[in-house]
Design a protein around this ligand. Sequence first.
Ligand code: NCD
Length: 311
Amino acid sequence: MDETYVFSHRHLLGLKDYSCEDILHVLEQAEKFLEILNRPIPKVPTLRDKTIVNLFYEDSTRTRISFELAQKRMGADVVNFSSSSSSVQKGESLKDTIRNIESMKIDMVVVRHKSPGAAHFISRCVDAAILNAGDGAHEHPTQALLDMFSIRQKMGRLTGLKIVIIGDITHSRVVRSNIIGLNRLGVEVRVCGPRTMMPLFIEELGVTVSYNLEECLEWCDMAMALRIQMERQGGGLFPSQREYHERFGIKKRHLLQFPKFTIMHPGPINRGVELESEVADSPRAIILNQVTNGLAVRMAVLYLLSGGKRV
Ligand code: NCD
């Protein structure tokens, strides 16, 4: 990396704003945090003087626990907010909620929201550093960063690799952030899924499109399966989950038929839909490594956005 490189971002709103150098820098820092996580006492005082709010307006298991654990491993004061038990239910607007929270002297806000652009909006309302933990079908940058970290960990490199991302391409924020990041790092990206879940002009993002799963599994080094985003669809985009599985689900027989590819999934998995259960649990899957790496990657992002002092 260029000796004069300086990480200069205040926020992580999306990977669209991050260059190849920025992404590689986050991954380098994450390597250090992964090493810290493997120590007998996996804690550092890096964020001892910081207060962070996790603002979750949408359901989450992995991302929410991962962010909270990352913050606690780094000694931050952490406050959790979930819209279902807050004054949002009494009609308070996003802007009012966030400005009230900031009045309590918050340094960083992690936000997940169903509206695309919510993280950008918040970054314009307050001074705190904003981390996007998923905004509608727009971006999910820390997921893509942990995916890239996991691919590099498994394969030893990113440039020149081939990845197919399979499923609900239209409604997935994971695919959007991954396409941006993987393209910047020189990975060849193909998307595969039902025509009704394939956005028009998706090729303009720098991917190729296929409707043939088996052809993709033969071609790729990595196969990332996505959950069908029922909560973001109007319905009627595919006949049944069984039929989806028939055409686009990765099955045990594919592991024998195509011996090369590694399986990824951001979770939550719908077993028997996008992956046959034996595939999800097979040694060819790195799904749980993705979760472990997510913690190190989020620690790296929190560290860099807090000003990058005191590792
Ligand atoms: C993803 C999300 O919320 O966008 N999950 C996650 O963060 N691990 C994917 C999904 O919900 O299908």
